[in-house]
Each structure stands twice: as structure tokens, then as C-alpha cells.
Design a protein around this ligand. Structure first.
Ligand code: GLU
Length: 303
């Protein structure tokens, strides 16, 4: 599926979920990942993450691609859609099942809520901590999902922006879902399979996904896939201090004024905003990004 030699060159990606048009927060992640790829003289890919079909909004994929193009953020290869890659995800789950790392679970959400203390609100892609009820068998019940055994391992990694990280997945979320009974693959599985299959060497995305990273690294280890480098950018908050998201109605970026939209994203990344054109701004920011994030002594905050 993957090959280690793909990592010899820089390859980054932006991976929007087509649950609505891109908003100011998504543009920060898009711009940061584009700049990191350009600063490394690497490739930048766009992947439409449409595995979570009930939340997919028809046309949001095309709109997002048009928004990126209007902002001058062009990918180095045609975009990919996760919905076209199901056989890859199935093969990965089958491998985990064969290795007894994935197991069927009969618990409903209510069962899990009853067995754990639900924390609200939970960040994007967060799950209720699963207490391991079906780890030793279904006891005659029907499977609703397949979960990954998390073991007790503590996952440590170095985030290029957030610094050293450590998470015991077992304590944070427990054995997490890979595949639901209705055939939907979980984000965690699809993102890990795709990052490896596409040879992604560097992941640059919003800080709201920082706490998902340990799950993804654990899954990479279970599938014997390489771990990319991670950089989680600061979150863009709305006027009410809440994280902007498509779910809470964040406004689509206005691409009739791409420089304005890009300047807002650049300010969130601590980059200067004095350029007159999109082309000039992207060139200035690429140089500033390289200076801030690619120094040999480590990673210096861009602000
Ligand atoms: N599709 C994910 C989202 O929009 C982002 C995944 C990623 O960058 O790893 O939440």
C-alpha cells in the first residue's frame, strides 16, 4: 500500500470534509499546509474527506475546490475523493481483523454513555471513551461496529508547533471505531490509510485535531505504516470566542476578495499582510514561513 521511499520527498495535503464551504478557519489550515509544502519545495495535494456520508453536503466539494483556486492555492495533482477509495479502507480493516487488533462491538451510543461519563462539548472527531465492553466477545449480540484495540501504550510525538506531546489512547478515548455496521469507515481509519497511501510526509492542520493524532499514530503502528511529521496551526476563533466550524454556521470565505480572505488567514498564522496582490502575498508568506518553521534548531513560533 505505502512505501517508505515515498517519504524521501516532501508531500503535504489539505483534507477538507465537504460538510459546507470553506470558512476562515479552514482557509488557515489550507494556507498553512500550502505554505509548508511550498517552503519545502514539496508537493501539495487536496483530498476531499467524504467518508462521513450523512454530513456530506452535495456540491460542497466543488465549491471548496473553487474557493482554493480563487485564493491561488493550486494543488500539484488532481484532487482525490475518499468515497472512491473504499477498497483501500476495507483492506486495512481486514488486515487489522486478521491480526486480532480489530474486534466487533455491539454497544449502542446509549450503552457507552451509560457506562462512561460523557464530557460535553467534545472537540471535533472526539468520541466517548469506550470502556472496552465487547473486547472479550459479543456474547450473542449483533455487531454494530468494529473497534481497534488500543492496548495500554502511551503515544509520544513531537508536534512542530505544539511541541512534545503524549497521550495514552486507552485513557483518552479507549478502543475507537474503525468501521460502522452500516459500512461507513471512520475518519481515523481513512485518514491514516490515505496519508500513507499518498505518501504524505508532513501533515499541517488545525489544532482541533491535535488530540486525534495519537490515535492516528497508534493506527499507523498497527498497520506498520510510517508516521508523518505533524504541525497543528492555531485555531481561528469567532467573535464569540468559539472555534469557527461549518457546524456552528461559520461563514463561507468571500472569494470575490481573495487577498482579504488570505490576509485574515495569514494574520492568524502571524504572517505580514502588506502585499498588493495574491501572488506577491503568497511569495512573501512562503519566505516568512520557511524562516519561521524550517530553521535547523527547531521550530520557532511564527508570531
Ligand atoms: N477532514 C478533516 C476535517 O475537516 C481534516 C482531516 C485532517 O486534516 O487530518 O476535519
Amino acid at each position: 500500500m505505502q512505501s517508505a521511499e515515498k517519504f524521501l520527498q516532501y508531500r503535504g495535503r489539505f483534507a477538507p470534509s465537504p460538510t459546507g464551504p470553506l470558512h476562515a478557519g479552514s482557509l488557515v489550515a489550507a494556507l498553512a499546509s500550502w505554505l509548508d509544502a511550498r517552503a519545502h519545495r514539496g508537493q501539495w495535494l487536496v483530498r476531499i474527506e467524504d467518508v462521513d456520508t450523512p454530513r456530506t453536503v452535495p456540491g460542497a466539494d466543488r465549491l471548496s475546490l473553487a474557493q482554493l483556486a480563487a485564493c491561488g492555492l493550486h494543488a500539484d495533482a488532481p484532487p482525490t475523493w475518499q468515497s472512491a477509495r473504499m477498497p483501500l479502507y476495507r483492506a486495512a480493516v481486514e488486515r487489522l481483523m486478521a491480526d486480532a487488533l480489530a474486534y466487533p462491538c455491539a454497544c449502542s451510543r446509549k450503552d457507552i454513555e451509560n457506562a462512561t461519563t460523557a464530557e460535553t462539548p467534545r472537540p471535533r472527531h472526539a468520541e466517548l471513551r469506550y470502556p472496552g465492553t465487547c473486547r472479550d466477545g459479543l456474547h450473542g449480540k449483533a455487531a454494530r461496529a468494529w473497534r481497534l484495540r488500543t492496548g495500554g501504550a502511551a503515544i509520544s510525538w513531537q508536534d512542530r508547533a505544539a511541541g512534545p506531546q503524549m497521550q495514552k489512547v486507552e485513557d483518552a478515548v479507549g478502543d475507537f471505531v474503525l468501521l460502522r455496521a452500516d459500512g461507513r469507515f471512520a475518519y481515523q481509519l481513512a485518514v491514516v490509510v490515505d496519508d500513507a497511501d499518498q505518501g504524505i510526509s508532513h501533515v499541517v492542520r488545525g489544532a482541533d485535531l491535535l488530540d486525534n493524532t495519537a490515535r492516528q499514530i497508534w493506527l499507523q503502528q498497527c498497520l506498520q505504516l510510517p508516521t508523518p511529521q505533524y504541525l497543528h496551526t492555531p485555531l481561528v476563533l469567532g467573535a464569540n470566542g468559539e472555534k469557527l466550524s461549518k457546524q456552528n454556521g461559520a461563514q463561507a470565505i468571500d472569494t470575490s476578495e481573495p487577498l482579504h480572505a488570505l490576509n485574515q488567514a495569514a494574520s492568524a498564522l502571524g504572517l505580514p499582510t502588506q502585499s498588493d496582490t495574491v501572488e506577491q502575498a503568497l511569495a512573501v508568506w512562503t519566505a516568512a514561513w520557511a524562516y519561521a518553521w524550517m530553521r535547523p534548531e527547531g521550530q520557532v513560533q511564527a508570531t
